[in-house]
Design a protein around this ligand. Structure first.
Ligand SMILES: Cc1ncc(COP(=O)(O)O)c(C=O)c1O
Length: 291
């Protein structure tokens, strides 16, 4: 249960992504299911901090230590999230952030990798710009054919400004999420997300709806809400059910909770400029559209 990029990046390395199912409420990796997926060929565990709720990193690190695996956190949603009070990105191995415009902070496009591994950091610096390494005199050498993945200066300046405002953005997101919980408590058609604690970045507020029971399709629901002036997103269809992955032989049924979430999930509006009244209006319209 993630954006396709989480798996595409593995395929592009000509490695094989192995999907492990999620927990229905946290939408995060169900770590209990990971051991059965580990083989002699496994190299890394990639938890996604879904919607900014930190995955169970203690359990993931216990498994990675036992099996000698890297941990690559997909922290695209989790800039500013905290686990045991410490920021995501400070847990030692690799955490990858996205600064795409729909994220909690943006550099228009771009991202960052946080790591405690100095050798990996040096490799990434070389990889992002043609494999170039400068010697002590400043002369250029090329160690391998790297990429052109450097962040442009203008984008970096946007990101620096956004970073200064991130705590304020996330605090407001947390307040808005709390209002959603208040307004929607006990509203039967919805399965609400796990609340987590203050370490949640609230990148998204996603709820599950049984559209069969509602007698409408998800697109019909989205259209009904759009007609009332409210944009509803879908994050995400489950990756094994996407065409490319089906063609590779993956089956959605093998990760049934992710498949269910993929069918039933919708994302309610949540952005720092929303007012409390905006949240109340979204909830009123939800009650009008759903049985
Ligand atoms: C969970 C997740 N992983 C990875 C990505 C990829 O990030 P980017 O678009 O910055 O490459 C995204 C979003 O775009 C995402 O939501």
């Amino acid at each position: 249960m993630s954006f396709a990029a989480s798996a595409n990046v593995v395929v592009r390395l000509r490695a094989k992504p192995v999907f492990v199912d999620i927990d229905l409420h946290t939408r995060n990796l169900n770590v209990d299911l990971v051991p059965a997926a580990i083989t002699a060929k496994t190299r890394a565990i990639m938890p996604v901090h879904f919607s900014g709720l930190p995955a169970d990193l203690d359990a993931v690190h216990a498994l990675s230590a036992k099996h000698g695996l890297r941990v690559i956190e997909d922290a695209a949603h989790a800039i500013g999230s905290r686990y045991h009070g410490k920021p995501i990105g400070s847990f030692g191995d690799l955490a990858v952030f996205s600064f795409h415009p729909n994220k909690n902070m943006t550099s228009i496009e771009g991202g960052a990798i946080a790591t405690g591994d100095a050798a990996a950091a040096e490799l990434f610096e070389q990889y992002r710009f043609h494999g170039i390494k400068r010697n002590a005199e400043g002369e250029v050498d090329v160690l391998f054919p790297g990429a052109k993945s450097n962040l442009a200066d203008v984008a970096a300046q946007v990101g620096i400004d956004q970073l200064r405002r991130l705590d304020g953005f996330n605090a407001r997101r947390g307040e808005l999420a709390a209002r959603y919980f208040q307004e929607l408590a006990g509203f039967a058609p919805l399965v609400l997300p796990a609340r987590g604690d203050s370490g949640h970045s609230w990148h998204m507020f996603t709820v599950l709806i049984d559209f069969t029971a509602q007698g409408m399709s998800r697109p019909q629901f989205q259209t009904a809400m759009a007609d009332r002036g409210i944009g509803i997103g879908v994050h995400y269809p489950s990756i094994p059910g996407l065409k490319f992955y089906r063609q590779q032989g993956y089956r959605e049924e093998d990760t049934p909770i992710a498949a269910r979430v993929g069918r039933e999930t919708v994302t309610l509006p949540l952005f720092p400029a929303m007012s409390d009244e905006d949240v109340a209006r979204v909830c009123r319209e939800l009650r009008a559209v759903l049985k």
